[in-house]
Design a protein around this ligand. Structure first.
Ligand SMILES: [Zn+2]
Length: 458
């Protein structure tokens, strides 16, 4: 593994030129030097290097139906009607299909500048709702797809037990997702045995939501996970939809985030996906907890969820990251841009999330998303510093959209100007996976994906 040399790079202390990244034998950064010429044994990159961003919320199988729910129905289309379309379309997906779709997604994610994915994975059982011979079959397929693409993965097996608050029985459309407590423990034990020592896999859990996991089961599952895996992340969907808030209030008299805060000691291992509908006191409590808010602005826009209290939460130094969730868009650029644009549209001001006067909006967004993504996925990544993984994105500074820009202006150009992909190279654990916008397996993976979709949707 050769050392890496970049014309410029964003380091924790700021931008530097002529940056040499020395690697250890595991693809981590051993040392960083600046200001000297490129040594003969280093791989040279002409662009600007930044630490990659983790995609902290993915349902890979939904990539198969991206863009298929955009024709109007009876005039009352919503998240809930979209969900029925999704359940029906994915009914036929088998493990081979899932792996083909996930591999395509992961290649797209890498080329867009994501350097890890947290797979919130709930398609566990066969078409009749029976466990596969290996109950971890589809989890293994997610890892296989990530390895085919070269993308580090945090596997978040989903605990899904009920269709609504109070433990109402699952619907027929949910039969492939369902576990009881014991079955879920067996699944997590198998995954720990298979991947506990892997450098490219992290393991966490994902209780699906407060509506899908009754109170006692949630408490027992979180306690078991903490005992077995003290650092392992815990992700949960929360307060995405107004109806979910209303149902929670009707059931318990508490809003979802309020309920969770009262019963669980949130800390840096938790990731609250969406957290769209919060009161000011909930915003303050989540920001103070150290948990990450997992924001998915393009999916939240596509599904009509609402807009996260970004300005207030970030003013309180709340931690957050981004995910592409339903994969209606697979791009850190579009999700970060939408976050700022949502804040502009709702406030009537500009540079709302820059964090103060004379600061680059994109720098704030990118650095927060790098840190929050690393925290929520559990990878030692998110900044170019010794001890971190060498997961690096190189921007194409020769592209006209970045002409005559340096430093933070490169980031502002990347996030806000145009729609061309400005990510030219992507390095994972010190190895260049995407080189000059090409992934070595992209043609074969796309061909298999196209064939799979022809069968699934044709
Ligand atoms: Zn989700």
């Amino acid at each position: 593994m050769s050392n890496l040399f970049f014309a410029s790079a964003l380091l924790p202390q700021g931008w530097a030129e002529n940056v040499l990244v020395r690697l250890d034998g595991r693809g981590r950064i051993a040392a960083i030097g600046t200001g000297a010429p490129c040594p003969s044994d280093a791989e040279r990159f002409a662009g600007a290097a930044v630490a990659g961003i983790a995609n902290l919320h993915s349902h890979a199988h939904q990539r198969a139906i991206a863009g298929l729910g955009e024709s109007s129905g009876d005039g009352s289309d919503s998240f809930w009607s979209w969900r029925e379309v999704m359940y029906r379309a994915l009914d036929r997906m088998d493990p081979d299909d899932f792996e083909a779709v996930a591999a395509q997604l992961y290649v797209e994610a890498l080329k867009a500048g994501f350097t890890a994915v947290a797979e919130f994975h709930y398609l566990h059982h066969d078409r009749d709702g029976r466990p596969y011979a290996d109950p971890a079959e589809t989890s293994h397929r997610a890892v296989a797809a990530a390895r085919a693409a070269g993308l580090p993965i945090t596997l978040l097996p989903v605990l899904y037990n009920a269709s609504g608050f109070g433990g109402t029985p699952p619907t027929a459309g949910q039969r492939r997702f369902i576990h009881d407590g014991k079955g879920f423990q067996r699944l997590t034990e198998r995954l720990r045995a298979a991947y506990g020592e892997a450098d490219d896999v992290r393991l966490g859990i994902a209780p699906h939501s407060l509506r899908a996991v009754p109170e006692a089961l949630l408490a027992e599952t979180v306690a078991a996970h903490r005992a077995a895996s003290p650092a392992g992340p815990i992700h949960i969907h929360i307060a995405e939809q107004r109806k979910e808030v209303d149902d929670s209030l009707a059931f318990s008299g508490r809003r979802p985030v309020e309920w969770l805060l009262e019963r669980h000691a949130l800390d840096g291992r938790w990731c609250l996906i969406h957290a769209t509908h919060m009161t000011e006191s909930e915003v303050a409590a989540v920001a103070a907890s150290g948990a990450v808010a997992g924001l998915c602005p393009t999916t939240e826009a596509n599904l009509g969820d609402g807009f996260f209290a970004a300005e207030s939460y970030m003013a309180r130094s709340g931690r957050w990251g981004i995910g592409s969730d339903s994969h209606i868009s697979v791009s850190p650029v579009e999700d970060l841009r939408w976050l700022e644009y949502g804040a502009r549209l709702t406030s009537g001001r500009r540079t709302v999330l820059a964090g103060g006067p004379r600061r680059s909006t994109a720098r704030r967004l990118v650095e927060d998303a790098q840190a929050g993504g690393a925290q929520a996925t559990g990878f030692e990544a998110g900044r170019l510093a010794p001890g971190m993984r060498a997961d690096i994105v190189v921007l194409d500074t020769a592209h006209p959209l970045l002409a005559a820009r340096q430093g933070d202006a490169l980031l502002d150009g990347w996030i806000f100007a145009g729609n061309a992909n400005l990510v030219r190279d992507v390095v994972i654990a010190g190895r260049t996976i995407v080189r000059d916008r090409r992934h070595p397996r992209e043609d074969a993976i796309a061909e298999r994906f196209t064939h799979t979709l022809g069968r699934l949707l044709g």
